[in-house]
Every structure is written in C-alpha cells, then in structure tokens.
Design a binder for this molecule. Structure first.
Ligand code: ATP
Length: 304
C-alpha cells in the first residue's frame, strides 16, 4: 500500500510567551495559521504486513523494541534522514505503542524551508502519525493522535489538527479560531538558520515591554476583518532573533513598503511573512526581495 499525504507549513499570526515553566518549557498564547506551502510524504508498506497486523490482536507491550526497518529518502540533504528525523521517530513511537512490526519506506518531498519557524519538522511528524493510523486501521481520534504527538514536539498537536487555532499551554491546548480571511501571504526566509531552542533560551519573559493583542486578533478573525487582524500581528520572539539578525527587521520593513498590510517574523524565525490584499502586489514584492538577494526561499501562498 502506498499513502501520500500533504504536510502544511504554518505561520504564527500572533505569538506571545507568558512565562518560563520550571520544566524548561514556556507557556505560550499564539494564533496558528496553515499556509499553502507543503511537504509531500509517501509511505509504502507491504500489503501482507498490513494484513498480518490487522489479523493479529494489538499487543499492549510498550517495553517491546520494534525491529521493523524504517527507511527515509528525500529530495533534500540538509535534514537528518536517519532515526533523528521526526518522521522516523513518529513511526517508531506509533509502532511501539501499537505493537506494529512492518517495514516502511518513506519518501519526503521537502518544500518547507528548514529551521525557518514554519513547523517543517512538526508537520512531517504529524503526517507520519496520521499515516500509521490510516495504514494500519488504528481508528485513533484526533485527540488521541495529538496526545502521542505532543511527546515529540509542542507544535505537533496543532499540525495534527491542521486548522486555524489558538494555541496555549506549551502548545497542546488548542481551540478553533476562524481562518484568516481571503488574502495573499508573502513568505520569505532570509539565508540564516535559527534554532528554536536557542531563541527560547535567550528570551527574557519578564522584560517584555509589549505583548500582542491575541484576544483582539481572535475577534478580528471572527469578524473576517483582515485590516484589524493585520494590526494585531506581533511576535515577542523578535526581541531575541531580530536583535541577533537585523536583516529580519529590514525584510519586514521592505514587505510593508512594498504594500503589505503588516509583516512580522514567524515562530522563532528567521522567516518573515506579510499579508497582501492583491496577489499582483504580493508577486511584485516577491520579485523585489528575490532580485535584491534578500531571500532565495520566497513564496506567495494562500491561507489554508
Ligand atoms: P518550528 O517552527 O516548529 O520551531 P522550524 O521550522 O524552526 O520548526 P524545522 O524545520 O522543524 O524547524 O527543523 C528543526 C530541526 O529539526 C532541523 O535542524 C532538523 O535537524 C530537525 N528535523 C527532524 N526532522 C525533520 C523534518 N522532517 N523536517 C525538517 N527538519 C527536521
């Protein structure tokens, strides 16, 4: 059996960090929006192995090490393709949880920029959890898959849900929010790689002078008010990443000068995104940014 799944990237329309928790994680309050930029994952498993599993009763032996071979290939070489890849980790975890032993071949067409603040790894991880659920007929609910996903990353539950959401707690408390109204999103990743862990480690939660109006944004979204939504866009992680890489601020300003309603950094960065009402204006801004050499990973996409 071959199963092909799309794994969408996200941007944070608003990102607030409320506190650092004793366990090292941070409590956040953010609005997550999927965009039409996605990786394509193809999962292949022998039908015989699937049937064997379906016939056999689930073995509830969590201590069992799964011996199945999971192989991953990709069009990109700037990510690990071994057991360190979140896709392999997710398949392995699902296999161990549900007593599955079936070799799996996975091909990852990587289109989402890496270490970009767009949840590239988390969304692939979520797709792998969904794939194992579907291939082996586990019939897990979205909630059950989210509970498994959060063990592998704070953004994974959102990627399983894959609808516009308010994300709280460490990212595991999710509530539905109305999707971003029709617009064009210009996404540009400057040629810098940023580690999410490093950004959170350097964030001084107690010294933040401004916080985004997340509740105001939820109201604006529910009123389908694009202008007001754009006004509420803010990301407190810019206090760390922009200080280290002033080019990010430059990119934000250029997007605004080129006609964006507003532009901010996504996640821990360095990707910057701007909202445009006109597709033509967004494409002109894309060309301007590419021509100036500010980014070679620049896209105009729609909210999903
Ligand atoms: P987030 O927005 O969730 O912080 P990010 O976009 O900043 O994520 P990723 O692209 O997810 O960052 O990559 C972070 C690291 O995760 C990479 O350096 C890579 O080594 C590792 N990684 C593991 N699996 C994957 C995957 N499937 N795709 C991309 N990176 C992966």
């Amino acid at each position: 059996m071959k199963l092909m799944l799309k794994a969408y990237a996200k941007v944070n329309l608003a990102l607030d960090v409320l506190r650092r928790r004793p366990d090292g994680y941070h409590d956040v309050k953010m609005i997550m929006q999927n965009i039409d930029l996605y990786d394509v994952l193809t999962f292949s498993v022998a039908d015989e192995d699937i049937n064997n599993y379906r016939e056999k009763k689930k073995e509830n032996d969590n201590s069992k090490k799964c011996k199945a071979e999971i192989t991953l290939n990709s069009n990109k070489s700037n990510i690990p393709l071994d057991e360190n890849n979140l896709i392999c980790k997710a398949v392995r975890l699902m296999y161990e949880e549900y007593g599955i032993e079936a070799d799996m071949d996975i091909y990852l067409e990587k289109n989402i920029p890496v270490e970009a603040g767009m949840a590239g790894g988390s969304t692939d991880c979520a797709a792998a959890i969904k794939a194992v659920n579907e291939i082996f007929g586990l019939k897990l609910s979205e909630k059950e898959m989210m509970e498994i996903g959060v063990k592998l990353g704070a953004d994974v539950p959102f990627c399983i849900m894959a609808r516009t959401a308010l994300s709280e707690g460490i990212g595991e408390k999710l509530s539905d929010v109305k999707k971003l109204p029709k617009c064009h999103v210009l996404v540009a990743k400057p040629p810098i790689s940023v580690s999410t862990g490093m950004v959170y480690k350097n964030l001084k939660c107690d010294e933040l002078k401004k916080h985004p109006d997340v509740d105001g944004m939820i109201e604006a979204l529910s009123n389908e008010d694009l202008n007001k939504t754009a006004t509420c866009m803010e990301n407190v992680l810019e206090t760390v990443t922009v200080k280290l890489y002033p080019k990010i601020e430059e990119l934000k300003n250029i997007m605004k000068e080129q006609g964006a309603l507003n532009a901010i950094m996504s996640g821990s960065g360095p990707t910057v995104f701007g909202l445009f009402t006109s597709e033509e204006t967004a494409n002109e801004a894309k060309k301007y940014i590419a021509d100036k050499g500010l980014s070679n990973e620049v896209y105009v996409v729609k909210p999903v």
